[in-house]
Design a protein around this ligand. Structure first.
Ligand code: FES
Ligand code: FES
Length: 165
């Protein structure tokens, strides 16, 4: 199997790696780097569980070759927290507090997709949240809670605190 030396910029850290030219970004993140927050559910581009943020946009890491990701900024769920003050992202906090996850396999992808959505639209309607997350499947069927979490997270991010406090 052909292997290549590459450098990936993940969560603001440069990783120099020797990878198989056929390995997906998801495989390299999970198995070679140990960033197992990225989940793999279908492994064929259907469910969104493997979503990472690539140059500011959600991307399916199971469908991308790691060797094609050189030079791009890759953000995984581990990088969404603030490394300086150790605080987790408001969306992560609200998912924990309001039971936004059941088995949790879809959760990192949901949160990263929602973070991109809120970047573009900080005050979405419920329908806009559902539409924005429509590419992310939850096999536990927790969609109502997930939508509520994103709306609550959006409110916290707009007001700087729960219910504006
Ligand atoms: S695991 Fe990548 S889309 Fe399902
Ligand atoms: S919480 Fe289990 S797949 Fe969504």
């Amino acid at each position: 199997m052909a292997r290549r030396d590459i450098a990936l910029n993940i969560n603001k850290t440069r990783y120099e790696l020797k990878v198989s030219t056929t390995s997906s970004l998801a495989e390299i993140l999970r198995e070679q780097i140990g960033l197992t927050g990225t989940k793999v559910m279908c492994n064929e581009g259907e469910c969104g569980a493997c979503t990472v943020i690539l140059d500011g946009k959600p991307a399916l890491s199971c469908m991308m070759l790691a060797v094609d990701c050189e030079g791009q900024d890759i953000l995984t769920i581990e990088g969404l927290s603030d490394p300086l003050n150790g605080k987790i992202h408001p969306l992560q906090e609200v998912f924990i507090q309001r039971s936004g996850m059941q088995c949790g396999v879809c959760t990192p992808g949901m949160i990263l997709t929602a973070a991109c959505l809120l970047e573009e639209n900080p005050d979405p309607t419920e329908d806009e949240v559902r539409e924005g997350l429509s590419g992310n499947l939850c096999r536990c069927g927790n969609y109502q809670r997930i939508t509520e979490c994103v709306l609550e997270g959006a409110k916290i991010m707009r007001t700087g605190g729960r219910d504006g406090k």
